[in-house]
Write a protein that binds this ligand. Structure first.
Ligand SMILES: NC(=O)C1=CN([C@@H]2O[C@H](COP(=O)(O)OP(=O)(O)OC[C@H]3O[C@@H](n4cnc5c(N)ncnc54)[C@H](OP(=O)(O)O)[C@@H]3O)[C@@H](O)[C@H]2O)C=CC1
Ligand SMILES: CC(C)(CO)C(=O)C(=O)O
Length: 338
């Protein structure tokens, strides 16, 4: 049976690794002592918005012993936040087998490239996790929204597909992962807004003022990608260019459409909210920051996303984290000059 190593076991890593282990896969989790301590002896409990409730008991290796766990891995799933990717790549390089397959299950546009550059000769694939996972504490991780994991199409995935399918996480192969990651980045522009709102995703997205903030950020990013001739895949029922039009609709129209197209439960929150809550630096540079840098490289500006970067930086330093929708919208409109 192939051995799967999850490197950076937090919300996504414990959930995906735990679901694989619960379905009988040979999984080892590598992560922080703090995470291992919260799991304790009780093992993992994985639940989802459809009512799944499974338990798993995968070995958890703390990071200082991580390289040893990688040595005999056939597949490594990288699930650290983007800031840690370079360091993880450097850790993997001397210990990873030549025939091992590495899949980045991270947000942002650059993580698989960073891993690939540090791991020459290895198969390194970009992945995209569309659903939300919240760490409920005590080893419990909850998938609060829908979607299938998408991965760069590659024959080396074949030996692992049955394990993911058995775990209830079938892989969707794509031959346009750059465009998929850009589409996911458009959705992740909400991470900053959700983190600044300080409320669950469902509650935030049910308020038009927050959705208008997201529409401003998405339109700006969409235009920036278009100006760069960078395609954007369709990863949601609605094409990416139409999402801002839905977002600005009155609450009851949005609720009626979103209710049919996006299953999301009341506890789901963005990973950026989790970072602020835990006092960690966020992935803002890898999400809204990507838009700002791309715009600059084209001689353009992206003032809404630049402002969201600044507000998250301020929140990381202890600044406001309970913005009302109206206040945030007014602030972003001022920044955009519109
Ligand atoms: N949570 C979600 O709902 C979703 C998240 N994603 C993406 O998935 C990725 C993972 O997110 P998420 O699971 O939320 O992140 P978490 O912060 O919950 O988990 C990552 C874990 O990796 C640990 N870590 C960092 N560096 C190392 C290292 N060198 N060795 C071992 N462990 C390390 C972190 O510790 P420490 O905190 O000390 O750095 C943390 O415990 C991100 O790119 C995120 O954007 C995508 C879709 C949804
Ligand atoms: C699932 C989604 C879009 C929102 O929670 C996410 O990717 C994140 O939280 O980072």
């Amino acid at each position: 049976m192939p051995r799967i190593c999850v490197y950076g076991a937090g919300s996504i890593g414990c959930y995906v690794g735990g679901r694989l282990a619960a379905a009988g896969a040979d999984v080892v989790l590598v992560g922080r002592e703090r995470v291992r301590a919260t799991i304790g002896d009780g093992g993992l409990r994985l639940t989802d918005y459809l009512g799944a409730d499974v338990r798993a008991d995968a070995p958890f290796v703390v990071d200082r012993d991580g390289p040893g766990a990688v040595h005999d891995a056939d597949l490594v799933l990288v699930t650290v936040k983007s800031a840690a990717t370079e360091q993880v790549a450097a850790t993997l390089a001397p210990v990873l087998r030549d025939d091992a397959v590495v899949v980045s299950l991270q947000n942002g546009l650059s993580n698989a490239d960073v891993l690939g550059a540090a791991l020459p000769g290895r198969t390194v694939l970009a992945g995209m996790v569309p659903f939300n996972v919240v760490n409920l504490g005590g080893g419990a991780f909850h998938q609060g929204s829908e979607g299938a994991i998408e991965v760069q199409d590659d024959a080396h995935l074949a030996p692992y597909e049955s394990a993911f399918a058995a775990a209830g996480l079938p892989l969707k192969r794509r031959d346009d992962m750059g465009a998929v990651l850009r589409a996911k980045l458009l959705l992740n522009l909400n991470n900053a807004i959700n983190a600044l709102a300080g409320i669950p995703l469902k509650a935030e997205l049910s308020q038009r003022a927050y959705r208008r903030c997201l529409a401003l950020a998405q339109r700006e990013a969409y235009e920036t990608f278009r100006a760069a001739d960078a395609s954007i895949a369709r990863v949601t029922p609605l094409p990416p260019g139409l999402i801002p039009r839905l977002l600005v609709m009155p609450d009851r129209v949005y609720a009626a459409v979103a209710g049919k197209t996006l299953a999301i439960d009341p506890v789901a929150r963005s990973s950026m909210w989790e970072d602020l809550e835990a006092g960690r630096t966020t992935e803002i540079d890898w999400i809204n920051g990507e838009v700002v840098r791309l715009a600059q490289s084209l001689g353009r500006t992206a003032p809404v996303n630049a402002r969201l970067v600044a507000l998250i930086r301020a929140a990381e330093a202890g600044g406001p984290r309970a913005w009302s929708g109206d206040d945030l919208l007014a602030d972003l409109r001022t920044a955009s000059g519109r």
